[in-house]
Design a protein around this ligand. Structure first.
Ligand code: HEM
Ligand code: HEM
Length: 176
């Protein structure tokens, strides 16, 4: 369930860009209607930020898809970090659903609601990521010394392609 460095950095990278481009877009969206500002410049900035946001969202979907077998399945079977894991899945699911709505729901009455929900959950992403990683690491660290005492190498927690998956799951579920 521990992720390879490049994959982990990729995930943190896309979430940072999504958050920064989303938050900056909220600012640019206000500035572009402020008569005291260079409204044309802010309009261009808002459009650029939204295309960066939408493009990054596509890469995010790829990475989230790869996370299923590499991370979620293993952690689920080991009964580790399920609560913040389910919260994360629900939250990204809602972000994806509302993003779909932003593109395809034609109703002018519904769009502001969809936008507000998307932004509210979007702004909460850093808190959920930090909570998930901290709780997850603590839950795995708590079991590692016991696993070591039983003769299982702690290193089996690290690589995604470790051959001792079945052994690890057995040790972890006993210890948990
Ligand atoms: C889309 C949903 C999820 C995302 C984006 C995500 C992402 C992450 C990331 C980036 C880490 C830090 C990895 C590291 O330090 O190497 C992590 C750790 C962890 N996650 Fe998830 N995760 C998700 C879902 C889940 C689910 C559903 C579970 C449980 C069933 C789970 C269990 C864990 C555990 C146990 C750790 C600690 C791993 C360790 O330190 O060895 N995750 N997660
Ligand atoms: C998995 C995560 C996310 C996905 C898949 C996603 C996807 C999208 C998509 C496709 C759009 C429409 C872009 C367009 O109209 O060209 C959008 C809009 C937006 N997103 Fe996200 N996003 C995610 C996370 C976030 C986060 C973390 C924030 C943080 C603030 C955020 C803030 C926004 C904002 C402000 C808009 C513009 C809303 C509007 O047009 O009314 N999103 N998002």
């Amino acid at each position: 369930m521990r992720l390879r460095n490049a994959f982990r950095l990729g995930l943190y990278g896309v979430f940072s860009i999504l958050f920064a481009s989303g938050a900056l877009w909220i600012y640019a969206d206000q500035m572009k209607i402020n008569p005291e500002m260079d409204t044309e410049m802010w309009q261009q900035a808002a459009a650029l930020l939204l295309s960066l946001h939408g493009g990054t969202a596509m890469v995010t979907l790829l990475l989230l898809g790869a996370l299923g077998p590499a991370h979620v399945q293993r952690a689920w079977r080991a009964k580790k970090n399920r609560t913040t894991g389910i919260t994360s899945i629900a939250m990204y699911g809602l972000l994806i659903l509302t993003a779909f709505g932003l593109y395809y729901v034609g109703s002018e009455a519904l769009r502001p609601w969809i936008s507000t929900i998307h932004i509210a959950f979007g702004l909460a992403v850093p808190a959920v990521v930090v909570a998930h990683v901290m709780v997850g690491r603590a839950s795995v660290a708590a079991v590692t010394p016991q696993a070591q005492a039983r003769g299982a190498a702690a290193a089996t927690l690290v690589p995604a392609d470790a051959p001792a998956d079945a052994v690890l799951v057995k040790v972890m579920s006993k210890a948990g």
